[in-house]
Design a protein around this ligand. Sequence first.
Ligand code: 13P
Length: 339
Amino acid sequence: MALVSMKTILNEAATKGYAVGSFNVVSLDSLQGILEAATQLQSPVILSVAEVHFKYVDLEYVVPVIKQAAAQAPIPVALHLDHGVSLEAVMRCFRLGFTSLMFDGSSLPYEENVARTAEIVRVAHSVGVSVEAELGQVGGGEGASEASEADRSLFTDPEQAVDFVRRTGVDALAVAVGSVHGLYKGKPQLDFGRLEAIARGTGVPLVLHGGSGIPDEDIKRAISLGIAKINVYTEMSMQATERIRRKVADPKVISFPDLLLLARQGIKETVAEKIKVFGSNHVCDAPGVFCDSCGACVMPSGETCAASAPATNNLAAVSDAELARMVTSVVKGILALRD
Ligand code: 13P
C-alpha cells in the first residue's frame, strides 16, 4: 500500500475510539520491528522520524526504504516528521514525500507559534500533507537517561487550544497534560479534566507525546477522552538496549548483526504491546473499514472510494518555481512577525 495521510488515519481512530501508535524510526532494525508488529496485528501505524534523530539516519537513504516497506505492508502507513523545529527540516521532508509532519513551535511565544504553524499548514495542505502542532510544552528528553516530571505551568490551556486550532487549521494537536518525553520521575499524573476540556473545545484528534511509562489504564482513559495518536520511543529503545546488554555480557558473542536482530525483536514486542493497549489491533482486517484503494477511508467491504488516488504527498508534481513561491510565502510570514 502506498503511504497514506495521517489525517485520515487519525480521524478514523478518533471516530472509532482507538489510538494509532507513532513510533520513531532510528534505524533499519526499528523500521522492520515496527512494521512487523503492526502488520501481524493488522493495525495502521505512523512511522515517525524526529528532527533530533536525523543524526542516526540519512534521510535521503532511508526514506526510499521506508516507502518500499510501506508499499509491501498490507496496512495503512503514514510517514511523519516528529518535532520538526526548523524550516529546513520541514521543507526537506516535503521534498522527500512525507505524508505528515509535526511543526513544533511550542517553545515560541503564542502568537509566533500560531503564525508559523498557520503558514506551514497552508503550504502542507496545498500538497496533501497533514500537520500536527504542539501547544503548551510536553518537555523531558526522549531516550535520555535522566528522568523528568511534567511542569504544570506549561500545560495546554483549553481555551487557548480552541483559538489555536481555529487560527492554524492543524489536523492534530499535541497537548501537554502531564506526560513527558523519556523516563518519569515518580508516577505520571495525567490531567484528564484538562484533556477532556481540550478535546471538547477543539474537535481535532489529540496527540499524547511521551507515551512510554504511562500505565495502560491511564492510556485507555486518555483515548476515551480524545487522544487518537500516541508517540512512543523510549520504551522501544530501552527494550532494544536491554536485549543487547544481556547478550554482550558473554565475551564469546561477536556477531554484530545477531545483536541487531535481538534489538529488532525487542522493538517489535514493545510495539505490539502498545498497539494492543491503544486498541488499534485488527482494525484493518475488520470488514468495511479501510478501502482497498486509498487504504485509509471507511468503505463498505470490497468497495473503494471515489477519490481513489493514494493520499501521498504530491510535492513531486509541484514545479520548482511554485515550490520557491511557497517557501517565500512561509519566510515572509515569519519575517512579518518581527515587524
Ligand atoms: P517517549 O520517548 O517518552 O516514548 O516519547 C516519544 C515521543 O513523544 C516522540 O515524539
